[in-house]
Design a protein around this ligand. Structure first.
Ligand code: DGL
Length: 269
């Protein structure tokens, strides 16, 4: 058993989709969350900048005495080299493998769509991982650069016409390819899960990286005998690199309870 916290990071709010699921299935774990809201978005930046930001984020988390790092960001997951993630000294989990495994298990026709940021799509990390599991599957990707700003600005209601039109525009080429499964390859997208479902007429299996990654974290912690052993509920500490007010408001809405007072503004070394 290991009572240290799980460290989770993202460029902003998106990683909360992983935190929400972790809190559900591992209620006794402490979590330290970092949202780099001062520098979001990562998805439109160069590979070098994304790696530099990710290293700074992970250094911050490691200063908090954590037992595992979860890159709850599709962009970082798709960009961070394996030689870096293999040498962190603690287990590292990203969102790609769990999502790819789930999509490969659930696709009925072998036609998987992936949506994510420009950097994630450029890396082709989802495509490579999916084909390493199931070479017979066809993968169709589309970058959706406008979705992260919409979510970060709170346009997340299922009936928001701007968000809906934007999702329609991005999904059109994937619908034309007759995908039967869609990986929400950016952790911001499950916040607008209902919009995706409505645009797809509930006809396509949606893969939520938050749910699969949380299940994967549980599996890894349990196989390493690193689950926390405490009776009481775990505590989540939220850290952001920009002002806390906007984050607190949208995060509370998404998590379904107020996190006011649990968020701290920090500076990364
Ligand atoms: N949460 C990030 C991801 O999953 C998207 C936000 C960004 O571009 O930084 O890719």
């Amino acid at each position: 058993m290991d009572n240290r916290a799980i460290g989770v990071f993202d460029s902003g709010l998106g990683g909360l989709t992983v935190v929400k699921e972790l809190q559900k299935i591992l209620p006794n774990e402490n979590i330290v969350y970092l949202g780099d809201t001062g520098r979001v978005p990562y998805g439109s930046r160069s590979r070098e900048t994304i790696i530099k930001y990710a290293l700074e984020d992970m250094n911050f988390l490691k200063s908090k005495d954590i037992k595992m790092i979860v890159a709850a960001c599709g962009t970082v997951s798709a960009t961070l080299p394996k030689e870096v993630s293999d040498n962190l000294g603690i287990p590292y989990v990203n969102v790609i493998l769990p999502s790819a495994q789930e999509a490969c298990a659930l696709t009925a026709q072998g036609r998987i769509g992936v949506v994510g940021t420009a950097a994630s799509m450029r890396s082709n990390a989802y495509g490579k991982t999916i084909r390493s599991i199931r070479p017979d599957v066809r993968v169709f990707g589309n970058a959706c650069p406008l979705l992260v700003p919409l979510v970060e600005n709170g346009l997340v209601q299922a009936d928001n016409p701007i968000t809906r039109l934007t999702v329609e525009m991005y999904l059109k080429p994937l619908i034309e390819e007759k995908i039967d499964t869609l990986i929400l390859g950016c952790t911001h997208y499950p916040i607008i899960y209902d919009v995706f479902n409505e645009v797809l007429n509930y006809d396509v299996t949606l893969i939520d990286p938050g749910q699969c990654t949380a299940r994967y974290v549980k599996k890894i912690l349990s196989s390493h005998a690193m689950l926390a052993e405490r009776e009481e509920a775990g505590v989540t500490q939220y850290n952001v690199t920009d002002q806390i007010s906007g984050f607190e408001q949208i995060a509370s809405l998404f998590l379904g309870r107020s996190i006011s007072g649990a968020v701290e503004q920090v500076e990364l070394a």
